[in-house]
Write a protein that binds this ligand. Structure first.
Ligand code: FAD
Length: 420
């Protein structure tokens, strides 16, 4: 008979959302196990900004001081079109506990969460453990998990591949599917995603830039494209440029796990010319230089939402349930809020004998939030104070704002907008 172990909550996926779910549960003394099919956490900055609401969650977990020390404060959100600055939100003027954003590489956030889980809560992520199947059994969920090992193949020219070394079973009271865009948990629950409009492709570049960068997020509308500048430090920035969706584009990539920085190559020189051309056309006000490249990527994002966030004893959080364009970093940040909300519901059920129905309320709340963020429920309207440019661009601005929930309403106010 196959060996079976037990836990109260099995978290599938050790991205930021899975690790935060596990941390909140572990802080409450709930037994939690985290598995991930990869061999280590991500090596790149991906969703590189934390919203004010995320900072509040990290503060409750005692992590805000370290986040502030590692990251770069961003005090304002500005909108540009071509050479003109069209609108701005000064975050310091808003009644927020953390009236700013923090630019922090996703890899640094993941490292912080993994360290806190292991050092303070004794929970070690089980890397190289892949969820293969789930089935409900007598008031629990049984997960079939494959342990992966690297083996050599080939004789004259050896190469390495990951193969299943052992198959294990874990019996859990609840399963959280935080297993990202290509989720295995979501189809195992019989859930698919609904699409909310066309996908959008971006070319992303991180580079050293001479000259001091302002502590502002700058969103640039140019024709049909939305582009964004993030200051990552005083001299390093990220530009994401929207480009036409290529036919037969690659599927959404997996996160890179080893962060090798290459010396300057022909591709870097091409990238530099390419970025300089984008900047001339789309952001002629950008005064920085295009120095050393640290990372670049082409990636296509969908606008989609799972039809449900789960049922029974298995629930989703993060990219497993949704995706949107990357400008406002909403997918990861709202995912982190889902992590906290779901962990809180699970604690109430496991420790306070709250009814299982609370999980359905979690799912409905998340659906409502995302339907608003994806522009499917409610509409952005002027409070009577919006400038003509803002009114004309309101719909596009929604997914570009680094906020959700009540904070989103606060950010909309100085723009003269509200979400009805
Ligand atoms: C190339 C790239 C560029 C991006 N750029 C941006 C950006 O500019 N701005 C932005 O906001 N966002 C960006 N993102 C998206 C951002 O990274 C995600 O929103 C964020 O990672 C979501 O976190 P998550 O924890 O929900 O999922 P993930 O971080 O995807 O974590 C899911 C984890 O589950 C694991 N997993 C999957 N299947 C299994 C299985 N069967 N068994 C066990 N483990 C499994 C995966 O290995 C992974 O570690 C980018 C992503 C990529 C890949």
């Amino acid at each position: 008979m196959m060996h079976e172990d037990k836990t109260e909550v099995l978290v599938v996926g050790a991205g930021p959302v899975g690790m935060l779910t596990a941390l909140v549960l572990a802080e409450e003394g709930i037994e939690v196990k985290v598995i991930d099919q990869e061999f280590q956490r991500a090596a790149r900055s991906y969703a590189c900004v934390l919203h004010p609401r995320t900072l509040r969650i990290l503060h409750r977990l005692g992590l805000s001081a370290e986040v502030l020390q590692l990251g770069q404060r961003v005090d304002a959100v500005a909108f540009y079109e071509g050479p003109s600055r069209r609108a701005e939100v000064q975050l310091a003027k808003l009644p927020l506990e953390f009236p700013f954003l923090v630019a922090l590489p996703q890899s640094a956030l993941e490292e912080l969460l993994e360290r806190r889980l292991s050092e303070q809560r004794g929970v070690r992520v089980q890397w190289n453990h892949r969820l293969a199947a789930l089935h409900a059994d007598d008031g629990a969920v049984v997960a079939t998990v494959e342990r992966l090992a690297e083996t050599a193949k080939g004789y004259i020219v050896p190469s390495w591949e990951w193969t299943v070394d052992k198959t294990l079973q874990t019996r859990a009271s609840f399963v959280v599917g935080a297993d990202g865009h290509d989720s295995k948990v979501r189809p195992a629950l019989g859930l698919d995603c609904e699409s909310f409009g066309a996908p959008a492709s971006f070319e992303v570049f991180e580079f050293t830039s001479g000259g001091k960068l302002d502590a502002e997020m700058r969103v640039v509308f140019h024709g049909d494209t939305a582009n964004v500048l993030w200051p990552l430090s005083v001299s390093k920035c990220r530009w994401s440029f929207q480009v036409p969706v290529a036919e037969g584009a690659d599927p959404f990539p997996r996160k890179e796990r080893s962060g090798v920085t290459l010396v300057e190559t022909e591709r870097d020189r091409d990238d530099r010319r390419h970025v300089e051309r984008f900047l001339r056309e789309r952001a002629p006000w950008f005064a920085g230089s295009v120095g050393e490249f640290h990372w670049s990527s082409d990636v296509q994002f969908e606008r989609r939402l799972a039809r449900q966030f789960g049922h029974g004893r298995c629930w989703l959080a993060g990219d497993a349930a949704h995706q949107t364009n990357p400008i406002g970093a909403q997918s990861m940040n709202v995912g982190l809020q889902e992590a906290e909300a779901l962990a809180t519901v699970l604690r109430k059920i496991l420790r306070e004998k709250a009814p299982l129905d609370l999980l359905a309320a979690y799912g409905q709340g998340r659906q409502d939030e995302w339907q608003r963020l994806l522009g499917h429920r409610g509409a952005l309207t002027s409070t009577g104070q919006a400038e003509a440019w803002v009114q004309a661009h309101a719909e596009r601005m929604l997914s570009c704002l680094p906020a959700s929930g009540d904070d989103l309403a606060l950010l909309l106010r100085p723009l003269g907008l509200e979400l009805r």
